[in-house]
Design a protein around this ligand. Sequence first.
Ligand code: AMP
Length: 281
Amino acid sequence: MEITGAVDEVRKQVKEWRKQGLSVGLVPTMGYLHEGHKSLIDRAAAENDKVVVSDFVNPIQFGVNEDLATYPRDIEADKRLCEQAGADLIFHPEPEEMYAPDFSTYVEMQKVSERLCGKTRPTHFRGVCTVVCKLFHIVMPDRAYFGQKDAQQLAVIRRMVRDLNIDIEIVGCPIIREKDGLAKSSRNTYLNPKERKAALVLSKAVFCGEDMMKKGERDADTILAAMRKLIEAEPLAKIDYVEMVDADRIEPITKAEGRVLTALAVYIGKTRLIDNFIMEV
Ligand code: AMP
């Protein structure tokens, strides 16, 4: 496995693979890799001859008061996980390699990026779309792998690829959870032991909503009210949003019908965590 911080090196390597007729999968990440990331890399390795993992804490997807400076980083542990999972190349650039001092071109999306996380983090998806578009142009993979953990991000990427005619297959992968239900996230490391316990309200709310829908409940307000009640019972939790939307358009729905995304964001102390479930009804 190779690691490089240089765009040119990635291009050279991928061209070499292309000459040999090999297929390429890309897994974009911000590093501090865990089992959730590993599931994406495993899947990419199973479906492609070569796998590139990008490991880059993208500054432009963080708002001014967010956790860019404290976001956890451990490239040595990331290398080990990537190697184990069967990655062939890690792209680990410095911000200067990705953003020239006079960088001035962004990918802006309307609608799909405006609700849920886009409401609380108004510049977030502009940063995500821009960096993912850049990574697509640098690597030019056949397929790219994203987790359903970030369900709105997945919908946004699918829309960008459709709207801009980007010839890359987007593969969505299921949420990987801790044994007790908490969705794995690099940000879980921010939680102290008390908060870690309190964070279980996110998955509990997700399982509660899922269960209600499985039992036939279709009214969004009824399902969301039960989920909110569960979260509000936890003193360390503060709801950012709990919403039901169309999973592709990310527009609110009052009745569960079609491909439904029920998503939530909750502050546990100062840490903002997200979780969701998608159900076809
Ligand atoms: P991040 O490093 O947080 O930007 O995540 C990189 C990719 O890994 C994104 O596509 C995430 O959706 C995905 N991912 C993160 N956590 C999980 C998880 N618990 N299960 C599945 N995919 C995940």
